[in-house]
Write a protein that binds this ligand. Sequence first.
Ligand SMILES: [Zn+2]
Ligand SMILES: [Zn+2]
Length: 219
Amino acid sequence: MTHHPVTARDEDAPIADLIHPRAISDADRIRFEGYLAEIFTALGLDLSSQATADTPRRHLRALYEATIGYEGDPKLLTAFPTVCHGGANCELAQVVEGPIPYFSLCEHHALPFFGEAWVGYVAHEGIIGISKLTRLVRVVTRRFGVQEQMTHQIADELTRMMEPHGVAVYVEGHHLCTQMRGVRELHPKTRTTAFRGTYTEHAALRSEFFDVAGLRRPA
Ligand SMILES: [Zn+2]
Ligand SMILES: [Zn+2]
Protein backbone atom coordinates (compact mmCIF):
# COMPACT_ATOMS: atom_id res chain seq x y z
CA MET A 1 0.00 0.00 0.00
CA THR A 2 1.27 3.49 -0.76
CA HIS A 3 2.10 5.57 2.22
CA HIS A 4 0.88 9.13 1.93
CA PRO A 5 -0.24 11.03 4.97
CA VAL A 6 -3.24 13.23 4.37
CA THR A 7 -2.44 16.90 4.21
CA ALA A 8 -4.93 19.68 4.63
CA ARG A 9 -6.13 21.38 1.48
CA ASP A 10 -4.67 24.83 0.92
CA GLU A 11 -8.03 26.56 1.07
CA ASP A 12 -8.54 25.28 4.60
CA ALA A 13 -7.21 28.26 6.46
CA PRO A 14 -6.33 27.29 10.00
CA ILE A 15 -9.01 28.38 12.42
CA ALA A 16 -8.08 26.72 15.67
CA ASP A 17 -4.72 27.91 16.92
CA LEU A 18 -4.65 31.51 15.74
CA ILE A 19 -5.24 33.93 18.54
CA HIS A 20 -7.79 36.64 17.84
CA PRO A 21 -8.68 38.37 21.10
CA ARG A 22 -12.01 40.14 20.79
CA ALA A 23 -11.90 43.54 22.34
CA ILE A 24 -15.28 44.93 23.37
CA SER A 25 -14.86 48.36 24.90
CA ASP A 26 -16.79 49.36 28.00
CA ALA A 27 -18.74 51.87 25.93
CA ASP A 28 -19.77 49.16 23.44
CA ARG A 29 -20.61 46.73 26.22
CA ILE A 30 -22.93 49.24 27.88
CA ARG A 31 -24.56 50.01 24.54
CA PHE A 32 -25.08 46.27 23.79
CA GLU A 33 -26.55 45.70 27.26
CA GLY A 34 -28.92 48.57 26.51
CA TYR A 35 -30.08 46.90 23.30
CA LEU A 36 -30.64 43.64 25.15
CA ALA A 37 -32.58 45.43 27.90
CA GLU A 38 -34.78 47.02 25.24
CA ILE A 39 -35.40 43.69 23.50
CA PHE A 40 -36.08 41.73 26.71
CA THR A 41 -38.47 44.45 27.94
CA ALA A 42 -40.35 44.52 24.63
CA LEU A 43 -40.69 40.73 24.82
CA GLY A 44 -42.22 40.97 28.29
CA LEU A 45 -39.42 40.62 30.82
CA ASP A 46 -39.64 42.99 33.78
CA LEU A 47 -36.08 44.19 34.34
CA SER A 48 -36.96 46.20 37.43
CA SER A 49 -36.66 43.35 39.91
CA GLN A 50 -33.50 42.44 41.76
CA ALA A 51 -33.41 39.07 40.02
CA THR A 52 -33.59 40.49 36.51
CA ALA A 53 -31.83 43.85 36.71
CA ASP A 54 -28.56 42.25 35.61
CA THR A 55 -30.05 39.90 33.03
CA PRO A 56 -28.87 41.90 29.98
CA ARG A 57 -25.32 41.97 31.38
CA ARG A 58 -25.41 38.25 32.18
CA HIS A 59 -26.86 37.38 28.78
CA LEU A 60 -24.17 39.31 26.92
CA ARG A 61 -21.49 37.69 29.07
CA ALA A 62 -22.94 34.21 28.41
CA LEU A 63 -22.98 34.87 24.64
CA TYR A 64 -19.41 36.08 24.81
CA GLU A 65 -18.29 32.93 26.61
CA ALA A 66 -20.31 30.67 24.32
CA THR A 67 -18.41 32.11 21.33
CA ILE A 68 -14.94 32.20 22.88
CA GLY A 69 -13.77 29.75 20.18
CA TYR A 70 -13.32 32.73 17.84
CA GLU A 71 -10.34 33.70 19.97
CA GLY A 72 -8.49 30.46 19.21
CA ASP A 73 -6.46 28.35 21.60
CA PRO A 74 -2.66 28.67 21.85
CA LYS A 75 -2.39 25.30 23.57
CA LEU A 76 -3.47 23.56 20.38
CA LEU A 77 -0.24 24.27 18.52
CA THR A 78 1.58 21.01 19.09
CA ALA A 79 1.03 17.34 18.42
CA PHE A 80 3.32 14.90 20.21
CA PRO A 81 5.85 13.24 17.91
CA THR A 82 5.71 9.52 17.39
CA VAL A 83 7.23 7.12 14.89
CA CYS A 84 5.32 5.90 11.89
CA HIS A 85 6.36 2.35 11.14
CA GLY A 86 4.65 2.45 7.79
CA GLY A 87 2.90 -0.40 6.11
CA ALA A 88 -0.65 -1.61 6.32
CA ASN A 89 -0.61 -2.08 10.08
CA CYS A 90 0.37 1.50 10.76
CA GLU A 91 -2.19 2.83 8.35
CA LEU A 92 -5.05 0.84 9.81
CA ALA A 93 -4.35 1.24 13.52
CA GLN A 94 -6.69 3.88 14.81
CA VAL A 95 -7.13 5.81 18.01
CA VAL A 96 -10.71 6.68 18.94
CA GLU A 97 -11.54 9.31 21.56
CA GLY A 98 -14.90 10.37 22.89
CA PRO A 99 -17.51 11.23 23.81
CA ILE A 100 -16.34 14.84 23.90
CA PRO A 101 -19.20 17.08 25.02
CA TYR A 102 -19.68 20.39 23.23
CA PHE A 103 -21.99 23.41 23.25
CA SER A 104 -22.46 25.64 20.27
CA LEU A 105 -24.81 28.29 18.87
CA CYS A 106 -26.54 27.72 15.56
CA GLU A 107 -25.82 30.50 13.11
CA HIS A 108 -29.42 30.59 11.89
CA HIS A 109 -31.14 31.32 15.21
CA ALA A 110 -28.25 31.98 17.61
CA LEU A 111 -29.79 29.31 19.86
CA PRO A 112 -27.79 26.50 21.42
CA PHE A 113 -27.12 23.14 19.92
CA PHE A 114 -25.13 20.68 21.95
CA GLY A 115 -24.15 17.06 22.20
CA GLU A 116 -21.10 14.88 21.91
CA ALA A 117 -18.33 14.35 19.39
CA TRP A 118 -16.16 11.30 18.73
CA VAL A 119 -12.84 11.63 16.94
CA GLY A 120 -10.77 8.85 15.39
CA TYR A 121 -7.43 9.06 13.68
CA VAL A 122 -4.74 6.90 12.18
CA ALA A 123 -1.50 8.55 13.23
CA HIS A 124 1.49 9.16 10.98
CA GLU A 125 4.24 11.04 12.84
CA GLY A 126 2.15 12.77 15.46
CA ILE A 127 -0.30 11.72 18.11
CA ILE A 128 -2.66 13.90 20.08
CA GLY A 129 -4.19 13.33 23.50
CA ILE A 130 -7.78 13.54 24.63
CA SER A 131 -7.19 16.91 26.29
CA LYS A 132 -6.04 18.48 23.01
CA LEU A 133 -8.88 16.85 21.10
CA THR A 134 -11.25 18.30 23.67
CA ARG A 135 -9.64 21.71 23.15
CA LEU A 136 -9.96 21.33 19.39
CA VAL A 137 -13.65 20.41 19.60
CA ARG A 138 -14.20 23.34 21.96
CA VAL A 139 -12.42 25.92 19.81
CA VAL A 140 -14.39 24.83 16.74
CA THR A 141 -17.80 24.59 18.43
CA ARG A 142 -17.77 27.66 20.67
CA ARG A 143 -18.89 29.85 17.83
CA PHE A 144 -21.96 30.54 15.76
CA GLY A 145 -22.00 27.63 13.36
CA VAL A 146 -23.59 24.73 11.59
CA GLN A 147 -23.12 21.22 12.96
CA GLU A 148 -22.18 19.68 9.63
CA GLN A 149 -19.60 22.37 8.86
CA MET A 150 -18.12 22.08 12.34
CA THR A 151 -17.79 18.33 11.90
CA HIS A 152 -15.75 18.95 8.75
CA GLN A 153 -13.77 21.74 10.41
CA ILE A 154 -12.74 19.38 13.22
CA ALA A 155 -11.60 16.84 10.62
CA ASP A 156 -9.70 19.49 8.63
CA GLU A 157 -8.06 21.05 11.67
CA LEU A 158 -6.93 17.66 12.94
CA THR A 159 -5.56 16.86 9.49
CA ARG A 160 -3.68 20.15 9.42
CA MET A 161 -2.27 19.73 12.94
CA MET A 162 -1.23 16.08 12.71
CA GLU A 163 -0.94 15.17 9.05
CA PRO A 164 -2.27 11.72 9.93
CA HIS A 165 -3.14 8.90 7.55
CA GLY A 166 -6.79 9.43 8.26
CA VAL A 167 -9.36 11.21 10.40
CA ALA A 168 -12.93 10.29 11.37
CA VAL A 169 -15.32 12.63 13.16
CA TYR A 170 -18.84 11.84 14.33
CA VAL A 171 -21.00 14.48 15.98
CA GLU A 172 -24.43 14.20 17.58
CA GLY A 173 -26.41 17.33 18.31
CA HIS A 174 -29.62 18.44 19.95
CA HIS A 175 -30.75 21.67 18.36
CA LEU A 176 -32.84 23.89 20.59
CA CYS A 177 -33.99 25.99 17.65
CA THR A 178 -35.82 22.90 16.38
CA GLN A 179 -36.84 21.37 19.68
CA MET A 180 -38.19 24.58 21.25
CA ARG A 181 -40.49 25.20 18.31
CA GLY A 182 -42.37 22.02 19.00
CA VAL A 183 -41.45 19.85 16.08
CA ARG A 184 -43.26 16.58 16.71
CA GLU A 185 -40.37 14.14 17.17
CA LEU A 186 -39.22 13.88 20.74
CA HIS A 187 -35.58 14.91 21.13
CA PRO A 188 -34.43 14.23 17.58
CA LYS A 189 -30.67 14.06 17.25
CA THR A 190 -28.75 15.39 14.30
CA ARG A 191 -25.86 13.12 13.32
CA THR A 192 -23.01 14.24 11.13
CA THR A 193 -19.81 12.55 10.00
CA ALA A 194 -16.60 13.54 8.25
CA PHE A 195 -13.91 11.19 6.98
CA ARG A 196 -10.47 11.99 5.61
CA GLY A 197 -7.65 9.92 4.16
CA THR A 198 -7.55 6.21 4.80
CA TYR A 199 -11.05 6.24 6.35
CA THR A 200 -12.47 7.19 2.97
CA GLU A 201 -10.81 4.11 1.42
CA HIS A 202 -11.52 1.46 4.05
CA ALA A 203 -15.10 0.68 5.04
CA ALA A 204 -13.75 -1.66 7.73
CA LEU A 205 -11.92 1.23 9.38
CA ARG A 206 -15.13 3.28 9.44
CA SER A 207 -17.11 0.37 10.93
CA GLU A 208 -14.42 -0.15 13.53
CA PHE A 209 -14.55 3.56 14.38
CA PHE A 210 -18.28 3.32 15.11
CA ASP A 211 -17.84 0.03 16.99
CA VAL A 212 -14.99 1.29 19.16
CA ALA A 213 -16.92 4.48 19.86
CA GLY A 214 -19.86 2.33 20.91
CA LEU A 215 -22.07 3.92 18.30
CA ARG A 216 -24.60 2.50 15.99
CA ARG A 217 -23.62 3.48 12.53
CA PRO A 218 -25.71 6.43 11.39
CA ALA A 219 -28.03 5.66 8.50
ZN1 LIG B 1 -31.05 27.03 14.27
ZN1 LIG C 1 2.72 6.83 8.52
